[in-house]
Design a protein around this ligand. Structure first.
Ligand SMILES: NC(=O)c1ccc[n+]([C@@H]2O[C@H](COP(=O)([O-])OP(=O)(O)OC[C@H]3O[C@@H](n4cnc5c(N)ncnc54)[C@H](O)[C@@H]3O)[C@@H](O)[C@H]2O)c1
Length: 241
């Protein structure tokens, strides 16, 4: 219940799904959490430690403002979870340049802008943990989903780059790689597609968002103080095959 006591965290895309589960667990572990999303989460009195800030992760100036507001309100920023993501199912032959840019904008550039904005206080503090959400589809090929695969692969490279560049500054940067997770994103997918991925998953069922969130708690906490540039795979065995 106190693995993140006194820590201040931003969770992007935290209104629903993996981000919301992460925000809830962070709060349960003692953190003050800012859910930064285009959409507002369903906050209630049970979540006094969770606040909402409107953010489009593709907007550089909005990032600057968000971090300035967090510092003004809390004095420090200890954790950033770059979780916001969108998907497009088209392959290279079919994806429109507009959809390509939209997915790369949120899933790749949004992560870059988030890391850059968080580094400003974290480098000054000489401490911080940044967690970037990739995907099993950022590791292995799949039919279609070209822009998503490209962006999720790039997230892994960005993580390693930031981890190495800022290791001596006390800032740790790691990737989380989920397999199939029950969220609004997968609920919008065709049932056959979901069944196909779950059938390929050795454990035989999809993850609950909290399964991914517990990994984020570990990487956010001081328990992982010696972990940077790593990839935490939480996929029911999917990528072990
Ligand atoms: N669900 C899965 O099976 C799965 C698997 C692997 C990786 N992931 C990754 O995990 C992350 C979360 O996935 P999820 O399934 O919870 O997604 P979701 O679609 O259920 O929720 C995504 C959230 O991101 C927000 N968002 C979208 N664009 C944004 C923007 N421009 N600025 C700010 N917020 C924005 C949405 O409003 C939403 O609240 C994503 O990066 C996703 O790619 C999910």
């Amino acid at each position: 219940m106190n693995r993140l006591t006194d820590k201040v965290a931003i969770v992007t895309g935290g209104a629903v799904g993996i981000g919301w589960a992460t925000a809830r667990l962070f709060a349960e572990e003692g953190a003050t959490v800012i859910v930064a999303d285009l959409a507002k989460p369903d906050l209630d009195a049970e979540d006094p430690a969770i606040a909402y800030a409107e953010l489009d992760v593709t907007d550089e100036h909005a990032w600057t403002q968000l971090v300035a507001d967090v510092l003004a309100d809390h004095g420090h920023l200890d954790i950033l979870v770059n979780n916001a993501g969108v998907i497009d199912y088209a392959g290279i032959a079919d994806v429109t340049p507009h959809d390509w840019e939209r997915v790369i904008g949120v899933d790749q550039t949004g992560v870059f802008l988030g890391i850059r904005a968080a580094l400003q206080p974290m480098l000054a503090q000489q401490s911080g943990s940044i967690i970037n959400l990739s995907s099993a589809w950022g590791v292995v090929g799949s039919d279609g989903v070209a822009a998503y695969q490209a962006a999720k692969g790039a997230v892994r490279g960005l993580t390693r780059n930031a981890a190495i560049s800022y290791a001596r500054s006390g800032v740790r940067v790691n990737t989380v790689i989920p397999g199939w997770v029950t969220t609004p994103l997968t609920n919008r997918q065709p049932a056959e597609k979901n069944a196909e991925v779950i059938a390929l998953t050795p454990l035989g069922y999809g993850a609950d968002p909290r399964d991914i969130a517990w990994g984020c708690v570990y990487l956010a906490s001081d328990e992982s103080r010696y972990v940077t540039g790593s990839e935490l795979v939480i996929d029911g065995g999917l990528l072990a095959q």
